[in-house]
Write a protein that binds this ligand. Structure first.
Ligand code: M6R
Length: 613
């Protein structure tokens, strides 16, 4: 995680760096810092807490300088405090570094440098790297670039770094391996950032750095990129993708609430140009362009993490039901170490909102090395995963700022549905009438989502009655089981209440022992093929005095007469229910967290983009 910004040019760097950090704060927010190069000195400011705390800490200090680097941190090595905040200085104070990633062999290097007499001021892996660079300059007579190349060749792990040199104020250096980094090219100026958002609005030219590349940004000279062996790398200058910038809350109390309410429009954007309403058909360009490869797949393997993994569980049901091809869903973090049996007959679907999740990227690289074809489903345009895949479809839900994923989840489910429908039609595995009926029903989803969103205030009121709870159980079956998992994840992420999701029928095999009058159990009990079975499960909970909150189909009388509380959703096809049932669960988690006074958009210990293993 962590967010990096940098600037060198003719303008004052501080406001550019701070604005950039604000846009990257979703990546981490336990401490922040900046280093400004000015008149042969490096001014370093740091603060524990958020970017606003850094601004306050530096408010009465000299913040002048036309070059600098800055960082917002999500701690990996060392607790979040000022000493561990970036930038870190080299022993002489000549170099300042900011880093996103993990140097895995930092302990070995640190003990070697200690034997050379170096003393460290922080407990971070990053400080070890800048010490190593200066050590190579001082003890081995290397120039800065050469020392950076040697140091990066020695370190094991992931990094995106930016470096400033007090003795060379006209240059910044940046490098990447497995952590994202983007360079913006302006008129006589350069920007460095972990993603495009700080650069949007400053320049429309960006270069996405590739693994193993080092960028040298010297005032008045063109961008130069070399590799660790100093061979010059060609780089492509691309336009900044549209719709990037600092999203506002548009009058909502939190980004999360705004993003929950955006979902009807997101689904429309997601379908735009892909779904032909009058014909009742779906066309994804990635499927059109790779029809033979995708139709020939002997198996699909979905790799993802967190919420994206939950979307993958729903995608499995779509592809298996509509296309009759087996699908496996793997946690990307487990896949990469599980010696997966995979070959060129497999298609791997990688799902990631950010497109930067380190575990998912590593899973893609492994699958690629075994010859699999990779289909990406991402939100962030131009992200590392989007670029690493063979083909793919964006979910087009716009920037998601709230750390708890909401609109990206429904966007991912919608794209997985479009993919399965398009493929099923191409493969002839779905009855035409079922295919057209599903497309038509999908087109009604945005209006049905709007209907569900009207219960926001009711859910807010209900949420107040749940703040006592220390545990929650979420139950669902079939398509609703992954929705139950997702509902539980939302609650624990932002309210810090322990919550578990289970397939409803699995309850009696153990978890039912937890049920008493204190235990809230959220049931997804909509009118579908599983309804009667779920009804029995509801009765089993009520018989043990559990407190049941049921999400039911509008007009339901049976579950409503047994449950303690109900939330109604409009009727739709069973396979489309995840798109609307997830909304009351998102709102429930949101309002419970608000009632408990939690920082909903920036929950403790989390970050939006998990770029470490
Ligand atoms: O950006 P990704 O979709 O790859 O992120 C995966 C998970 O880190 C993410 O879904 C996480 O679980 C969210 N905080 C869920 O709200």
């Amino acid at each position: 995680m962590c967010g990096i910004t940098g600037y060198i040019g003719t303008r004052e760097a501080w406001p550019i760096l701070i604005e950039g950090l604000r846009r990257l704060e979703y990546r981490g927010y336990d401490s922040a810092g900046a280093a400004l190069v000015n008149n042969g000195s490096l001014s370093v400011y740091k603060a524990k807490g958020k970017v606003a705390d850094l601004e306050s800490a530096a408010a009465d200090k000299d913040r002048s300088g036309t070059a600098g680097i800055a960082h917002t941190r999500w701690a990996t090595h060392g607790e979040p405090n000022t000493a561990n905040a970036h930038p870190h200085l080299s022993p002489s104070g000549r170099l300042a570094i900011v880093h996103n990633g993990i140097i895995e062999n930092y302990a070995t290097i640190k003990s070697r440098l200690r034997q050379e007499g170096y003393e460290f001021k922080s407990t971070t892996d990053t400080e070890v790297l800048v010490y190593l660079i200066e050590y190579l300059m001082q003890k081995h007579g290397k120039g800065l670039l050469e020392a950076v190349q040697s140091a990066l060749a020695e370190v094991v792990g992931a990094y995106a770094i930016a470096l400033a040199d007090r003795d060379d104020p006209d240059m910044l250096i940046a490098a990447r391996k497995s952590s994202p980094l983007v360079i913006g090219i302006g008129d006589g100026e350069f920007y460095i950032a972990s993603d495009v958002s700080p650069i949007a609005g400053c320049t429309d030219k960006v270069v996405y750095m590739e693994d193993g590349e080092i960028a040298i940004m010297r005032r008045g000279e063109p961008l130069k990129i070399v590799d660790l062996k100093n061979v010059e790398c060609r780089h492509e200058v691309r336009p900044v993708p549209e719709n990037i910038g600092l999203a506002g809350k548009d009058g909502f109390a939190h980004f999360m609430l705004k993003e929950i309410h955006e979902q009807p429009d997101c689904i429309i954007d997601c379908m735009r140009g892909r779904v032909d309403g009058p014909l009742g058909t779906v066309r994804l360009s990635a499927v059109t362009e790779n029809k033979e490869r995708l139709s020939a797949a002997r198996r699909f393997v979905i790799v993802a993490c967190g919420t994206s993994w939950h979307a993958g569980l729903i995608g499995k049901q779509y592809i298996e039901t509509f296309c009759h091809v087996p699908v496996e869903v793997a946690y990307a973090s487990e896949f990469r170490y599980s010696n997966p049996v995979i070959d060129s007959s497999d298609v791997v679907i990688a799902i990631s909102q950010s497109g930067e999740t380190a575990d998912t990227l590593a899973a893609i690289e492994l699958a690629k090395s075994k010859g699999a074809f990779i289909y990406g489903i991402c939100n962030v345009v131009g992200s590392s995963i989007a670029r690493a895949t063979d083909t793919g479809s964006y979910i087009h839900v716009g920037p998601e700022i709230g750390v708890a994923s909401t609109k990206a989840f429904t966007g991912q489910v919608a794209v997985l549905l479009l993919l399965a429908l398009n493929l099923a039609e191409a493969m002839g595995t779905m009855k035409p009438e079922t295919y057209h009926a599903t497309v038509k029903a999908l087109m009604e989803i945005p209006d049905k989502m709007r209907e569900v969103l009207k219960s926001d205030k009711v859910i807010a009121g209900l949420s107040r009655t749940f703040t006592y709870a220390h545990n929650f159980i979420y139950l669902g079956r079939g398509f609703s089981y992954p929705v139950a998992l997702e509902g539980a994840l939302k609650l624990k992420e932002i309210s810090y209440i322990h919550a578990e999701g289970y397939p409803a029928a699995e309850m009696k095999h153990g978890p039912i022992a937890l049920i008493d009058a204190e235990m809230p159990v959220v049931f997804i009990a909509t009118k579908n093929a599983m309804y009667e079975k779920v009804l029995s499960n509801v009765q089993e909970i009520k018989a043990r005095k559990g407190r049941v909150l049921a999400v039911v189909t509008a007009g339901d009388k049976v579950v409503s007469s047994i449950a303690d509380d109900v939330l109604e959703v409009p009727e739709t096809l069973e396979c489309l229910e995840p798109l609307i049932v997830s909304i009351p669960l998102q709102l429930l988690a949101y309002h419970i967290a608000v009632c408990k006074g939690k920082d909903v958009d920036r929950p403790r210990n989390l970050a939006k983009s998990v770029t470490v293993e």
